[in-house]
Design a protein around this ligand. Sequence first.
Ligand SMILES: O=C(O)C1=C[C@@H](OP(=O)(O)O)[C@@H](O)[C@H](O)C1
Ligand SMILES: C=C(OP(=O)(O)O)C(=O)O
Length: 426
Amino acid sequence: MEKFTIKKLTKAFDIEIDSIASDKSISHRCAMFSLFSNQTSYIKNYLTAEDTLNTLSIVEQLGATIKRDGSSVEITPTPILNEPSDVLDCGNSGTAMRLFCGLLASIDGAFTLTGDKYLRNRPMNRVAVPLRSIGALIDGRENGNKAPLFIRGVKELQPFTYHSPVDSAQVKSAMILAALRASGISKYKENELTRDHTERMLKGMGAKLENDKDGFINIHPLSGHLKPLNITVPTDPSSAFFFALAAAITKGSRVFIKNVTLNPTRIEAYIVLKKMGVIVNFIEKENIYEPIGDIEIINNELNGVVVSENISWLIDELPALSIAMSLANGKSKVSNAKELRVKESDRISRVVNNLKLCGVTYTEFEDGYEIIGGTMNKATINSHGDHRIAMSFAIAGLNSDMEIKDTQCIDTSFPNFKEILDSLYK
Ligand SMILES: O=C(O)C1=C[C@@H](OP(=O)(O)O)[C@@H](O)[C@H](O)C1
Ligand SMILES: C=C(OP(=O)(O)O)C(=O)O
C-alpha cells in the first residue's frame, strides 16, 4: 500500500503553479459529448488521470477512434455507437457511471457498467429510477441501485418533467443526456443550481437548452449532430484548492494558480476561505464555454466560518476546508451536506474520524460537523481509498507532520499532486 510521509514546512512559500490537474468534470464531458457530433473533436489539456482515462477507454469501446498525445486528444465518433464486447469499467468515478447511464439508455445494444469496490457501493437509484420512469431498461445489484449495472438500450425514451429531489450535477447531466434522444421536449428542475458544465458545453455545441421562468431547463431532442468540440480544458479548481489550503495554513505564504475555471458553481470554497480571512483574488482572463482565469491566495487571518448554503458548489472541497477549519480561530460548522456521505467514501465520518486522530474537537451531525479550531497534532491517517481525504490530510502535514496511508487513490484525479507538494519545500 502506497503511503506519504509529510513533514512540517518550516518556511513560507511564494509560488506560481501552472501544472495542476485539468478539470475532471469538464474532461469527462468532453470525451462523452464528442459522441454527439459526426466530426472530430480536438481537446487540449485533457485530464490524464485514472477517472477520465477510463471514460476515454469507454468512449473507444463504444466505437470512437481516439488519438492521444499526452494530454491532447482527438476523438472521431462512429456514426452508430457499437455494442461493446466487454464490460465498461468506470473505475472510481461516479460521474462516469451516472452520465453513461443517461447516454446509453437509448443506444441500441446491451451495456454493463462496473467500477471499483468503492463505486460499486455508491447509490445509482438517483439516476436509475428517473431514467426507468421514462422507459429506460436499467437493472443491477440491489434492484439496480448498485453496480454492476446492466442497460438494455431502448429505441426511444419518453419526454419528461422531473423535479429532482437531490441536487446533483450527475443526475441532472444523466437526465439531460437522455432527454437529447427523447421523443419531445423534456423539463428538468433542481432546488439549487449545481455545476452547469453540461448545459454550457452542450449549448456551445449547438444543443437547444433553455431555462424557463419556473426554474426548469427545457431540453429539446437533437435533430441532427452537434458541432464538434475544440477546447482547452482549464485547471480544476477542486484540485487547485489543496494548494489554496496550503497557502491559507502556512504563515507568510502565497500561491498563484493559473488558468482555472472560474465558473461560479465551482469556486465557492475559495469564497469561504475569503470569509475566513484569507486574501483571495480572482483574475478573469477569457470565456470559452466557461469563465477562465487565475486565482491568487495570500495567507492572512484564519477564522471560524459557518457553511450552510451553496453546498453543491463546494461539496468536493469540504474535506480540505475541514483542515482550514481545524486550524482556524474559533468554531466552524458545516450543515446541509449529507451528500458527503455518498461520495468515494462517507466523507463526514472519514473527516471527523481522521480529525479525531489529530486531536481536533468536533461534533458530528447527519448532515455535517462542527469543528473547534486551534491546532492539529501529528497523526497517521488512512484515506481508505478516497483521493480527497488523502490530499486534504497530506496538506495538513505541512502544519503538523502526517503519515497518509493508501495514497494510490490520488491518481484518480491528480497524479502529479505529490510532485507539486514537494516543490513547496524547495
Ligand atoms: O457532475 C460532476 O462532474 C460532479 C458532480 C458532483 O457530484 P454530485 O452530482 O453527485 O453532487 C461532484 O461531487 C463530482 O466530483 C463531480
Ligand atoms: C465525488 C467525486 O467524484 P465522482 O463522484 O465522479 O466519483 C470527487 O471527485 O470528489
